[in-house]
Design a protein around this ligand. Structure first.
Ligand SMILES: Nc1nc2c(c(=O)[nH]1)N[C@H]1C(S)=C(S)[C@@H](COP(=O)(O)OP(=O)(O)OC[C@H]3O[C@@H](n4cnc5c(=O)[nH]c(N)nc54)[C@H](O)[C@@H]3O)O[C@H]1N2
Ligand SMILES: Nc1nc2c(c(=O)[nH]1)N[C@H]1C(S)=C(S)[C@@H](COP(=O)(O)OP(=O)(O)OC[C@H]3O[C@@H](n4cnc5c(=O)[nH]c(N)nc54)[C@H](O)[C@@H]3O)O[C@H]1N2
Ligand SMILES: [Mo]
Length: 746
């Protein structure tokens, strides 16, 4: 086949939907993308591509794709929208948002995003230019994704760290300094379908092929646990106790790296004392893991040199997520596995480039000192949570939804929703969010398709460009990459274009500094010494430069991590802190501890009597990204039904046959799922994939594409957040019961 051109670019939603970073080749004919392949020259993905990327053409040219701005004309929920021009859409939005600002203050508008797609830049420029401090992942209970881990790592070691698969070296596995981890602990992760946060699941397979042995900690068998040396089938939500017991074994048996600990850490005695409370025997009872396995896993990890831990979002979602992440972080610090080849490697963005400004100086210049200094005054959750005030500038979701309903301490009047399907995927307690969103005077959704959220509440829907249609850049650790458009579809615009245009209307200073979006990109990329076009023409990506903070290893010895240039870590003491000064300053326990899930056999035995199973929701499917792709035929065919995985013993006891529809219920409601009877789940849990809606069914109220029938978040509570405000969303620990469903006999 002949192509007019082949465009090499970076995959970062929309399309695959994901956290992204893969190199991709788009084959274009007659102004259409007709073929998609992985780019074999890309240092990260080396030609691999996931099913969602390979289905990009079906996604881009889907008959139901929204390709021009829409305005709702019927009542909310009627699904009656008409086409409008971009001018009308942007003018209407500007006028309505100005009115709301005048009447209630800019803080009464929430700027809502989903997970880490290409959105942090565009949405923060818009929210802050408008003047609202309330940038938020609306509905993400406990803000339980990534942030708890990030917070714990910053407090403990001053930096983010991740399993070292030689990803920050241009030579990858051939780098002579690199060593393959002898042991990898996969902790609450299924890296193959997920590839989250700039890490690619296949890297673990690469390491396994080069000799790494695995320990897997999960309540459910995965591809990795089936190939592991040890599989610890844990009770959901008890990872904090397990980590503390492993710390206990490692310290009491003196398996820690004495030299590293004495040179680079503080607080060992306090940690020893705390961990002594968590004997393997006691923790065996808490976690359902045999005592001997806990001890053996601790020894196997600590004796391996080097060893690495790779962890996932259930850590954030465990009760007191910030403290669980802290305990796991301590494991690699105790064993001297930080910032060394084949351990947990520190990640910093290449050249220090970020998509949006973090420095106070830059923020002052763009948004005005007064606004920046007063961000915490009106930011939702800042009063209640020191960590929300001091660590990450986002509003707290559990507090926010309460405020949307109560109007206290000030009313919330509008939501700008971009990259999130609040009612179809992100929000716990779907009914509560349905009620809260319906109270809004004005809702804009920027998306590519209709979904339960657009149907229920959107007043204006803006059509968004897919990754093949947009100009952007990506700086999630390394490499630093550009995204280059190949074609145009309808009137779709990128999130950057949409938000930059509106942000300039609210903040003329932005327009003065950056007349065009390219000017803004060039400014962000300045530390590289290249403009956007130059970087694109030089191949489109850059690895971290040598002898810089973003290039491994042993940066702590060379004084590359601290702002003062001294050896050590970027913490208040300059050392790794087993007892965190920052936590103490924020009014939190400086040491890790375990706390029971909000609903559990120990905390709520009366509830367990009624609802004897733990619903672990949200394990990822490689053909879906959260609520996306249920409408893409190639993908849906691979994973056609909303299922629940049930152990054969539970199925038998409840008269449930494989393939039959079952009801899953608790006090918050009931949903239906198709039973997949399988021994891969622990007999005391059911595993329920999330993000399900049925785009083939009626979109209008009250059906809303079937969410009340199949969305498991109807059953998940809000308001279970950790003491820090970050973590504790009960997505993996909700108590339920299952029974054969009446009706619906497909
Ligand atoms: N039960 C349960 N629920 C969960 C979880 C769980 O484990 N269990 N996980 C939670 C977690 S960790 C997270 S992060 C949240 C994520 O939740 P969300 O990020 O809100 O994910 P989606 O529900 O897929 O909504 C994304 C929407 O954005 C659109 N979209 C995709 N890419 C783009 C883009 O680049 N621009 C724009 N404008 N739109 C785009 C999609 O079409 C889709 O409608 O879900 C949470 N929900
Ligand atoms: N294809 C695809 N990729 C995705 C996403 C997607 O929706 N689709 N979502 C993206 C997002 S935003 C995120 S946050 C990541 C999440 O990706 P992961 O971090 O991998 O999260 P999950 O798939 O929720 O769970 C991973 C494993 O943890 C197990 N688990 C559940 N609860 C517990 C527990 O309490 N303790 C332990 N030890 N294990 C537990 C599950 O059984 C599962 O096998 O994936 C990202 N990547
Ligand atoms: Mo997430």
């Amino acid at each position: 086949m002949k192509y007019d051109k082949v465009v090499t670019t970076t995959a970062w939603s929309p399309g695959p939907g994901c956290h992204g970073g893969c190199g991709v080749k788009l084959f274009v004919r007659d102004d259409k993308v007709v073929r998609v392949e992985g780019d074999e020259n890309h240092p990260f993905s080396q030609g691999r591509a996931c099913p969602r990327l390979l289905a990009l053409t079906q996604y881009m040219y889907h008959p139901e794709r929204i390709t021009h701005p829409l305005k709702r004309v019927g009542p909310r929920g009627s699904g009656e929208f008409v086409r409008i021009s971009w001018d009308e859409a942007l003018d209407t939005i500007e006028a309505r948002l100005r009115e709301i600002k005048d009447d209630y203050g800019p803080e009464s508008v929430l700027f809502c995003q989903g997970t880490g797609r290409d959105i942090g830049g565009p949405i923060s420029f818009l929210a802050y230019s408008y003047g609202s401090p309330n940038w938020i992942q609306l509905g993400l209970a406990g803000h339980s994704c990534y942030t708890p881990r990030l917070g714990a790592m910053m407090a403990t070691q001053g930096d983010y760290a991740v399993l070292d698969a030689a990803q920050f070296s241009p030579q990858r596995y051939d780098d002579p300094e690199y060593r393959v981890p002898e042991v990898i602990v996969i902790w609450a992760q299924n890296p193959a379908p997920g590839c989250p946060d700039g890490f690619f699941g296949h890297w673990i397979v690469d390491c396994m092929k080069r000799g790494s042995k695995l320990i897997v900690i999960d309540p459910r068998w995965t591809w990795f646990s089936a190939k592991a040396e040890m599989f610890l089938q844990i009770r959901p939500g008890t990872d904090g106790a397990l980590a503390l017991a492993m710390i206990n074994v490692i310290i009491s048996e003196k398996l820690y790296d004495e030299k590293f600990v004495s040179e680079w850490t503080v607080g060992l005695d306090e940690l020893r004392e705390r961990a002594a409370e968590y004997t393997p025997r006691r923790v065996a009872e808490i976690t359902w893991i045999p005592e001997a396995d806990i001890i053996a896993a601790a020894r196997m990890y600590a004796k391996a040199k080097p060893a690495a831990i790779h962890w996932g979002v259930p850590v954030d979602k465990s009760p007191e997520g910030t403290t669980v992440a802290q305990a796991i972080n301590h494991l690699w610090c105790l064993t001297g596995n930080l910032d060394v080849p084949g351990g947990n490697v520190i990640a910093r963005p290449a050249y220090g480039v970020t998509t949006y400004p973090f420095s106070t100086q830059e923020m002052h210049a763009l948004y005005g000192e007064d606004f920046v200094n007063r961000l915490n005054e009106k930011r939702i959750g800042a009063k209640e949570y020191a960590m929300v005030r001091n660590f990450r500038g986002w509003a707290q979701p559990d507090v926010a939804v309460e405020q949307m309903i109560s109007g206290e301490p000030y009313p919330i009047k509008a939501c700008w929703i971009q990259t999130s399907n609040v009612l179809g995927g992100q929000a716990a307690d779907t009914r509560l969010h349905h009620e809260a969103l319906k109270k809004m005077d004005f809702v804009v959704v920027a998306d590519l398709f209709h979904n339960p959220t657009t149907m229920a509440v959107a007043d204006i829907v803006l059509p968004v460009a897919s990754l093949a249609e947009k100009e952007s850049f990506r700086s999630w650790w390394a490499p630093l990459q550009v995204i280059t458009p190949a074609v145009q579809v309808g009137e779709c615009r990128s999130d950057w274009e949409i938000n930059f245009e509106l942000a300039k209307r609210f903040n003329p200073e932005l327009g003065k500094r950056f007349p065009t979006l390219k000017d803004l990109f060039d400014d962000r990329l300045k530390p590289t010494g290249m403009s956007y076009d130059e970087l694109r023409d030089a191949g489109g990506w850059m690895m971290p430069p040598e002898n810089s903070a973003s290039r491994p290893y042993r940066r702590h010895e060379r004084g590359l991590l601290r702002p003062d240039g001294k050896p050590g870590f970027r913490t208040p003491s300059g050392k790794i802190e087993f007892a965190s000064q920052s936590y103490a300053q924020w009014g939190l326990d400086p040491l890790p501890y375990f706390s029971e899930p909000p609903e559990s056999e120990v905390r709520t035995p009366e509830l367990l009597a009624k609802y004897p199973l733990v619903m672990v929701s949200g394990r990822r499917s490689s053909v879906f990204f959260h609520s996306e792709h249920r409408n893409i035929p190639w993908l849906r065919e691979c994973d056609p039904d909303p299922i629940v995985e049930i152990h054969p013993s539970v199925a038998k006891a409840n008269g449930i046959e494989d393939g039959a529809w079952v009801t899953i219920e608790n006090d918050r409601g009931a949903i239906r799922r198709k039973a997949k009877v399988t021994p891969i789940v622990h007999p005391r849990i059911v595993s329920v994939p999330h993000g399900w809606w049925l785009p083939e069914t009626e979109g209008r109220e009250p059906n809303l594409f079937g969410i009340w029938d199949v969305n498991c978040n109807v059953l998940v509570p809000m308001g279970t957040q950790s003491k820090s405000g970050y973590g504790g969303g009960a997505y993996k620990t909700t108590l339920v019961r299952v029974r054969a469903a009446e009706g619906r006999g497909e």
